[in-house]
Design a binder for this molecule. Structure first.
Ligand code: URA
Length: 274
């Protein structure tokens, strides 16, 4: 017979395994299909529900049913983003936007922070667990590395740049955002950039780089040189893709390339007029 201690360590091992698999948020005891729940009509409790009526005979020729199709989520995202006149309105629109199930599993919206009219804007991938808890971008281990890297070329979010992410909600288990999620939130991000009006972008990691530059090239090919990104209402902006600090934590040897990117950024800023 197992003692309590063995039972506890077996449970702890099972829990650790779940975390390793990425299931690190306790939501409910059993899974809920939220789309089905949202679309289902309200049901009376079992005991109070009247006995079903006998089914009436079906008409031979039913009148055609016309359903007003809801606009696709991307179209709604575009309309909501375009209608936001300032950062506060954009944040409220993002919080209210129900076009993505990510909102249901995340804890806090992670909007952005830093200098609201900065010449430089950094765009990352998506909040992780710590960002989700704090409601602030890049505050976990990779955010701390990012702050140290930018400080080494004299740049800080408190005084020199604004920082946000492609996705404002944490994907469960920190999985990589899907292309569909990136496409859904791009209208909000582009509006975010248009409202900050930076002169340059730094795209932190492959998801941000691919989301804004497009094409098939990965981050190792894109990084290290300036590209152009079109922002509606603002025009073409120079954008510098660089390696994500989460990647650098796993592959410290690549810090050399990230350092080269930072030096390129510093040189460009030093040569910029004004
Ligand atoms: N990684 C990101 O890309 N963004 C964050 O905010 C945190 C980690």
């Amino acid at each position: 017979m197992w003692g309590m201690e063995q039972e506890h360590s077996a449970l702890a091992a099972a829990l650790a395994l779940q975390c390793d698999w990425g299931a690190d948020e306790a939501l409910m005891e059993s899974p809920v299909d939220r789309l089905a729940v949202r679309d289902a009509p309200a049901r009376a409790p079992e005991a109070a529900r009247p006995a079903p009526e006998p089914t009436p005979p079906r008409p031979i020729r039913a009148a055609p049913v016309t359903l007003a199709a809801a606009p696709p989520a991307v179209t709604r995202a575009e309309a909501l983003a375009a209608a936001a006149p300032d950062l506060a309105a954009l944040k409220a629109a993002l919080a209210a936007f129900d076009g993505s199930p990510l909102r249901e599993t995340a804890t806090n919206l992670v909007f952005g922070e830093g200098v609201a009219d900065a010449d430089l804007m950094l765009i990352g991938e998506a909040p992780g667990a710590e960002e989700d808890r704090a409601g602030r971008p890049f505050v976990g281990a990779s955010g701390q590395l990012l702050d140290r890297m930018f400080a080494s070329v004299g740049l800080a979010r408190e005084s020199n740049f604004y920082i946000t992410n492609i996705l404002p909600w944490r994907p469960p288990g920190n999985r990589t955002p899907t292309d569909a999620e990136v496409a859904l939130f791009l209208p909000f991000l582009r509006r975010h950039v248009a409202l900050i009006r930076p002169k340059r972008l730094v795209l932190v990691g492959g998801v941000a780089a691919k989301g804004l530059i497009g094409g098939k090239e990965g981050i190792t090919r894109l990084r290290g040189r300036w590209h152009q990104v079109d922002i509606p209402g603002l025009g073409p902006l120079p954008a510098l893709p660089t390696l994500h600090p989460a990647y650098l934590l796993r592959s410290p040897a690549s810090k050399r390339e990230a350092w080269a990117d930072l030096l390129l950024l510093r040189r460009t800023l030093d040569q910029a007029p004004g």
